[in-house]
Every structure is written in C-alpha cells, then in structure tokens.
Write a protein that binds this ligand. Sequence first.
Ligand SMILES: [Ca+2]
Length: 282
Amino acid sequence: MPKRSSVILCVLFVISASSVFATAISCSVSDYPGGPPLTVIGDMSITKNIYWMNYSGSGLSTHLKFIIRFTTHGSPVQRIVQRFENVGPSFSSPFSIPFVSGNPVHGPAVLAVKDDFGKCTTPLVISNGAIESTDIPKNISDCTLAGPPPCIPAITQSQITISGFSSITKVKLYLWINHSKVSDLTVDLISPSATFVRVFNRHGGSGANLGLNSSRETILDDDAITPISAGTAPFEGSFTPDGPLSTFSGENPNGVWTLRVTDNLNANIGTIATWALEIADN
Ligand SMILES: [Ca+2]
C-alpha cells in the first residue's frame, strides 16, 4: 500500500506540475521612455504611441507571437504586431500601434502573447498620442423656443484634464458628434488659459454628424488640406478648422480644456459621443 500511494502522489505531482508550467506565462505593457530610439512615420507625437511589451515564459520558445486585438470601423480587428523565434524565457520588445486606413486608432485593446507553453492577455488603451474625454457621452440639448425665432442657444460642455506637458507647439482635435442636423452647431475649444477658438461654425447644410465612430472621426488639424467649410457631413477625415488651433501655441497646456458645443436652431438634437486632443510640446 505505501508503495501504491507514492505512485499516485508522484502522478498527481506530474499532472499538477505540467498544468502549472502550461500556464506559466505572463505578459504586460509598459511605457516606452528609456528604450532605444525608434523611427516611426505618421504621427506628430508618435513617441507617445510606442510601448514596451513584456513577456515571461518558462523556457526557450521556438515561436513567440505578440498580437493586438481592438475594434475599429465597428468591427473587431486582430493584428500580429511582432513574431520571434527561439527566445525566452523572458523577453521585451518595443511596439507601436498600427494605423488603420489612415485613421487614428484609439480606445480599449488587448495585447495577447502566445509561446510554445501557453498564452496570456493584458488590456491596454491605445492613445495614439491623443488624450480622450472621459465625461462623455453628453446629450446636446436643443435650442429653446421661447417665442418666435430666433431660439435661445443651448450650450453643452465636455472637459479633458491634461498634465505633464511643456509649452504647446501644436494641437489637433478629434471629434465624433452625432447630431441629426450638424449645421445647428458651433463648436469651440477653450484652453486652460481661457483662450477661445471657434473650430466649427455651422457647416454641413441638412447633413448629420461630425465623424462616423471612434475610429473614423472628424480631425481638425491646421496642416490639413481641406477647410472644414468645404467639407460635407459627416466630415470624416482631416480638415483645417474655422479658427486656427495655432492660436494655442506657446501656452501651457496643463489644466482643464473645454469643448463647448452650442445648438443654435430648434428641432434637431444630438450627442457628443467622444472627443480627444493631441498636443505636441517643446
Ligand atoms: Ca437643434
């Protein structure tokens, strides 16, 4: 009997040890600063778009894959961002977030790592250098009829708090606003120094929306080719704003930025779905 017990114990140990080793893989994502310089083309603040992906396995792995899963254009996307052979048991590599059809990708994503021994996942937020609003969505109230037209404009505001930057060299604004008649709206951006820029002044005729979704937004960029006044709803892609964002250059960007959306005509309403700021600094 003692002999039989020890055999059973030994089998249990082997099963238990192999199941531990099969899942003994961990992964994480950390900030890029401190890593080697990388050259990536396509974004003015791309250094903020680079991360370290870290993996720890249980031995030398013949095949190691880093995969990012995210949602864009309303559909899930899976991309193998790095593939390695014969590395381990622990390994780190810099990686950058891919662009999709020229549009910025941001929002929640998952980094998955697979090696010979198992797989692991870790959540990450793709910021693409842009800082996202967190107090959204916000309903845009209608201009109030208090007698014959004109109506009393309705103001809706959303805010983003920024820290850790030095003085502004450039600002880009990403907007996704659902509104059934977007020409009801004026959109203003107000800096922490209370500088006010009217970036959108009632364009789009009877068309709806600024942007289509969180990956296909209206991007207001002084260096774009087409003025927003020459665009058509839903204004997907890059446009120069009505008032130049260079107005903010040289200011301290740290503090609270306000997006002010004003509805100037009664009947149609909407929502600030999301917005984001991308700031380049000295
Ligand atoms: Ca309205």
